[in-house]
Design a binder for this molecule. Structure first.
Ligand code: HEC
Length: 144
């Protein structure tokens, strides 16, 4: 029973995500949008990841990533998901040294708040799920 309710929730979330991706696609234009730097507030920059051992949470994060993030960021995190070609600015490359040099707290804040076509996942994913995603993003450095 609980399992069915959970499945149902995932389906609804997937549907919402699809709508969101389609809406963002229709909002983009051909010009290259120059984005100002996106900097997390220092209180978040310094926020510690509650997971001190990353490999188990990263596995859970990988699943969440494939459902909610890969459409734009690509399965390997290079920013080359199916929707990426028509997005402007482009989804960031999570394998890049730029992203990898950010603190866990900064990555957590960005996926919590979102900016432009990058959705806010505050209402969609729990804090734990977002920290698991941070752990997973750390494993993507090797895909570079
Ligand atoms: C609809 C496409 C889309 C989806 C889905 C999406 N993103 Fe993004 N993401 C973007 C774009 C575009 C940017 C660049 C935003 C900007 O710079 O204004 C971005 C930026 C980011 C950044 C900031 C990286 C940096 O440059 O500092 C993080 C972290 C991130 N996304 C994580 C995620 C995670 C985790 C998910 C899934 C839970 C996700 N994104 C889902 C489009 C998407």
């Amino acid at each position: 029973m609980t399992k069915n309710v959970f499945r149902h929730k995932i389906k609804i979330n997937k549907l919402l995500l699809t709508c969101f991706v389609l809406a963002s696609l229709s909002n983009t234009n051909a010009q290259n949008v120059k984005q100002p730097a996106w900097v997390a507030p220092s209180s978040f920059n310094e926020l510690k990841n509650p997971f001190t051992e990353y490999s188990a949470p990263a596995k859970l994060g990988k699943k969440t990533y494939s459902i909610y993030c890969a459409a734009c960021h690509g399965n390997g995190g290079k920013g080359d998901g199916a929707a990426a070609a028509s997005l402007n600015p482009k989804p960031s490359d999570h394998t890049s040294s730029l992203v990898q040099s950010e603190t866990d707290g900064s990555l957590f804040w960005k996926m919590t708040e979102g900016r432009g076509t990058m959705a806010s996942f505050k209402q969609i994913l729990t804090d734990d799920q977002r920290w698991q995603l941070v752990c997973y993003i750390r494993t993507l450095a090797k895909n570079k």
